[in-house]
Design a protein around this ligand. Sequence first.
Ligand SMILES: *Cc1c(COP(=O)(O)O)cnc(C)c1O
Length: 356
Amino acid sequence: MLDIKIERTAAPKEKPADETKLGFGHIFTDHMFIMNYDTGMGWHDARIVPYGEISLSPAAMCLHYGQEIFEGLKAYRTADGSIQLFRPDENFKRMNVSAERMVIPKLNEQDCLDGLLALLNIEKDWVPHTEGASLYIRPFIISTDPYVGVRPADHYMFMIILSPSGAYYSTGLNPVKIYVEDKYVRAVRGGTGFAKTAANYAISLAGQDEAHKQDYEQVLWLDGVERKYVEEVGSMNIFFVIDGEVITPALTGSVLSGITRKSAIEVCRDKGYKVTERRISIEEVAQAYDSGKLDEVFGTGTAAVISPVGHLKWGDKIMEINDNKIGPVSQMLYDTMTGIQWGKIEDKYGWIFPVK
Ligand SMILES: *Cc1c(COP(=O)(O)O)cnc(C)c1O
């Protein structure tokens, strides 16, 4: 069992009175979890301290070369007031996959989970009570050596911060508008696409910015080599329903292995759908659309869970999918997954992790 030192704040903050106005990622709770790594000592000094600024050398390596990784998950409050997590073990497993790619020392996954549970135990009143709102959990690791040379660092900080966040769909499950990005790429084979690391987001901002200017919510990324195969959307994996078959791009190294993706595949198979993980070109998607076989397109990710795509633009071609309405597979997945997450339906998959 991880030995965690706890220092409680003397000045707890006022909790947001109106949970319908939380938005995402603006508000942070009273405490945070920290652990340090030093070469020779390993990970040590697990502690929970009052939430606040941290001091870093301006030469800290993470600030210059981006040796950073992160995770994202949520704590949900059920109708009976208890708190639960959705597959948190998968997040810490993936964090170690990202760590390996970014040459960050791995953590003991059980220690991470113990640290998170201890933090949640102190912060449980911060888990929102309003339907659809949740406590967003952001574990991350930064390199801290004061050194501007390029090499893997010798010193790191692992932290967990918590942010109460509002319902993603405050006005119901709305289809999004996305376009196929043909100027920029997000990831290439051999790169960092499969790792949850800051750099992947930094390089996605230009495309995202242009999409917003053109009144699109997100971009759909194509593979970085041939610019032909569909990869994923912003911070979501992508699914197509073509002629009744559920298809999602295979994990070829440039796509992030989403936990929502993995769960959605399992739920679809369980409900009797044929699910295929393979390379799928944007041309094939357009052809399916032209022949009336593109039934649904949707994204999957922790934030939105399921995000139906109603409008997809590829060059001059505009595809209005399922009349810009939510399709049956998207709706079934949304109902099933959010039902399990909020404890409204039975979790026969064993995905729920109760916070005691
Ligand atoms: C986090 C993330 C996802 C979604 O992963 P989940 O585990 O389902 O939240 C998809 N794509 C990218 C690029 C991501 O960073």
